[in-house]
Design a protein around this ligand. Structure first.
Ligand SMILES: [Zn+2]
Length: 462
């Protein structure tokens, strides 16, 4: 940490009048747009030219909102193929900085096996990223000098590895361990190194509750952890899961969005992730309607939309009108914790959303109902889809693991009815629950550790 007074700079940002913040964002945005246009002739320049737009046309905030461009994962693959052919490197024609200025690379193997490179940093990007992540660490109460064990699985490696660099820069001791090492090695490492903080995906943190007594012959609350930070998969945002984890570990579970974008606060009731870096990245400002993709003009408290992310000060491969496919709910009112920074809740990915008779249902909401009935359930469930979503013909089929004490047909039938009624009341959707024995479903401790909630039965039929 390079002598940054986080309290001071965060207070200045929190109290900044809306028009002043917008002016600051707009000033940086204009420079960023010109930068990507000038430095990515084979990608951004072509995309701008194709719609007849020039950077100098974007004079106002509305001009930016109306700019009919957005980019998604498929664009990344396209740019990588193009740059391999033209420049002999796979880092994309949307790479805006010279290749010899890149000092950090985070790759994913991707589900198709083809690597992607979502984290490419110049030296300046690297420092800005860590500075932004530091604001969130600070607000979660983490202080330089503490030890942080982070368990990253391959599927989340690129995302979680960058925390290692940010933590070191901040002045903490990161203790890395791959989730591939297995639960036993992760737990033994926590036991001997005694970190204050565990950073992992939510499903892995949840899984350690049942694994720790078996492996260490003690309870997770005896690991001495002061805080948990989950990233890469929902956990803190699911009320029953958050409560289960916090009760078991006896400490706060924080939710972190990419380390530098958003983080949750110190409250029992999850309020979403506070955005502490709006001077560096646009997250909630450029929302579109998830169905029509039209810009949402008036962003008010409680509103739901799909995000377009734009970095305001980024050199290597900046997000520009980037669409990660996440559906956000935005909260603009002061939080119960007292912070005025706006918040976002990630409701789910637009491709995870299910629609039953016109009602939108996210898998995390189903998981919440199932977990809220623990110990009658184990909290583990799968939504079984017999055709690709989002439309699901009612009733939605769900497999739920029962708890160890649900050992008679009568108890199983009563649990099935209780779950179906709860889904109907809480989510307004009709479901058909199949009760299955405990420990039947694969746990989230494997390399992915993302926490599977959907079973695509239609793929297995092929
Ligand atoms: Zn708060």
């Amino acid at each position: 940490m390079e002598n940054i007074d986080y309290d001071k700079e965060l207070a200045a940002l929190e109290d900044m009048p809306a028009d002043e913040l917008r002016q600051l964002q707009m000033g940086k945005l204009k420079k960023q747009i010109k930068y990507v246009y000038d430095n990515s002739p084979d990608f951004y320049q072509k995309k701008f030219d194709a719609i007849g737009a020039k950077p100098e046309d974007i004079k106002t905030w509305d001009d930016f909102r109306n700019l009919n461009l957005y980019f998604e994962k498929s664009d990344d693959r396209e740019t990588q193929t193009a740059s391999s052919e033209k420049y002999g490197h796979p880092f994309g024609t949307n790479l805006c900085a010279p290749i010899d200025k890149i000092i950090h690379l985070g790759s994913t193997t991707g589900t198709t096996g083809e690597p992607t490179f979502p984290y490419l940093f110049t030296k300046e990007d690297y420092e800005i990223h860590h500075h932004m992540a530091g604001r969130h660490f600070w607000k979660m109460g983490l202080r330089p000098g503490e030890r942080v064990l982070y368990a990253a699985g391959a599927a989340n490696l690129a995302g979680l590895r960058i925390y290692e660099h940010a933590l070191r820069w901040y002045g903490c001791l990161p203790i890395p361990i791959g989730a591939e090492a297995g639960t036993e090695k992760i737990l033994r490492m926590i036991d001997v190194t005694k970190p204050s903080t565990l950073l992992a995906t939510g499903p892995l943190i949840e899984y350690l509750i049942e694994a720790t007594p078996k492996i260490l012959n003690k309870d997770v609350s005896q690991l001495g952890l002061k805080r948990l930070i989950s990233s890469g998969a929902p956990a803190a945002a699911i009320p029953s899961v958050k409560k289960k984890i916090e009760d078991a570990y006896r400490c706060r579970l924080y939710d972190s969005f990419g380390g530098y974008i958003g983080g949750s606060c110190d409250l029992d009731d999850y309020q979403g992730m506070h955005l502490l870096t709006r001077d560096f990245i646009l997250i909630m400002e450029d929302l579109v309607d998830p169905t029509t993709k039209e810009p949402i003009r008036n962003i008010t408290d409680g509103m739901v939309g799909e995000s377009r992310m734009t970095n305001l000060q980024w050199m290597a491969r900046p997000f520009f009108k980037w669409s990660p496919g996440d559906i956000f709910q935005i909260f603009t009112e002061t939080c119960k914790c007292g912070w005025k920074f706006p918040r976002i809740k990630i409701l789910g990915r637009s491709d995870d959303m299910l629609i039953i008779k016109g009602v939108n249902v996210y898998p995390a909401a189903i998981k919440n109902v199932v977990s809220s009935l623990e110990p009658k359930t184990t909290g583990e469930m799968r939504i079984v889809l017999e055709q690709p979503g989002p439309g699901v013909p009612p009733p939605m089929k769900i497999k739920v693991e029962c708890g160890i004490d649900i050992d008679t047909d009568d108890k199983k039938n009563a649990l099935k009815k209780e779950l179906e009624d709860a889904m109907h009341i809480k989510l307004k959707c009709r479901t058909s629950v199949t009760i299955i024995p405990p420990n039947t479903l694969e746990r989230a401790a494997g390399p992915g550790a993302k926490g599977q909630m959907i079973e695509k039965a239609y793929e297995q039929k092929k």
